[in-house]
Design a protein around this ligand. Structure first.
Ligand SMILES: Nc1ncnc2c1ncn2[C@@H]1O[C@H](COP(=O)(O)OP(=O)(O)OP(=O)(O)O)[C@@H](O)[C@H]1O
Length: 233
């Protein structure tokens, strides 16, 4: 994914980015609150139009594509799943948003996606009858069903507690590796970056830096990052 001299604006906030994320890479995005991490994801997902520059995926210009047309899916902390529906129904809605009706092959795809995240046999279970960790897995299964090669994660597991969060990050790593996904993970926790991402992008006051090796960056942080990390790196 190439962000070629990107400039974008959200109200009075300006974001600039000029960098490349290798296809198949797992990259963390860290930076202080309000530095522009979510804005960067909005630009990549197509929720925020750019003012100048170009976004390319495998050489193809995707700058003007709508979010639905982009090779990108996004997972937020708010899972946006319907608690009164079963997981199977929630996933069917993701496949056919207008009707939620199942078409040929949908049931098998849904079962495959649930198996992929460790929820085989859960299709009939209502979301309200599942633990937080299981709901996170269900949300991940829904994103996988979209079959897009780039996955954006905006602190999706922050509410889970440390061990469940680590479990989810490991699951995402494993699936990303197996399916060749390119993953960008926004996190406030440098340990997530170390665990999940070979490379890390730092965002500071709207300036997005190029990816650097995570361990080296966190062990030798530039001054702005050092101040943000405090003793947490
Ligand atoms: N419509 C808007 N008008 C003015 N400012 C905005 C608007 N939308 C976002 N901002 C500002 O843009 C900046 C970047 O916000 P963003 O949500 O990208 O930060 P973030 O790094 O993801 O923060 P956090 O870690 O707290 O989620 C913030 O200072 C925010 O107040």
């Amino acid at each position: 994914m190439q962000l070629d001299h990107i400039e974008a604006r959200s109200g009075t906030f300006a974001l600039t980015a000029d960098l490349t994320v290798d296809a198949g890479a797992r990259v963390a995005i860290i930076g202080a609150s309000g530095s522009g991490k979510s804005t960067l994801l909005d630009v990549i997902a197509g929720f925020l139009p750019v003012q100048s520059g170009a976004l390319r995926w495998k050489g193809r210009d995707i700058t003007r594509l709508s979010p639905a047309e982009r090779p990108v899916s996004i997972l937020f902390q708010d899972t946006n799943l319907f608690p009164h529906l079963t997981i199977g129904q929630n996933l069917a809605l993701a496949l056919n948003p207008a009707t939620g009706r199942m078409r040929d092959g949908d049931a098998a795809r849904i079962d495959g996606s649930l198996a992929r995240v460790g929820l085989a046999g859960f299709a009939e279970r209502r979301l309200s009858e599942m633990s937080g960790g299981q709901q996170s897995r269900a949300a991940f299964a829904r994103v996988l069903l979209q079959g897009r090669p780039v996955l954006l994660l905006d602190e999706p597991f922050a509410a889970l507690g440390p061990s469940l969060k680590a479990e989810m990050l490991d699951l995402v790593s494993e699936v990303a590796e197996a399916e060749g996904l390119t993953v960008l993970l926004v996190s406030h926790d440098p340990q997530d970056a170390r665990r999940f991402a070979e490379q890390t992008i730092v965002v500071e006051e709207g300036r997005v830096s190029a990816p650097e090796a995570t361990g080296h960056l966190l062990d030798n942080p530039p001054p702005g990052l050092r101040a943000y990390l405090g003793g947490a790196g």
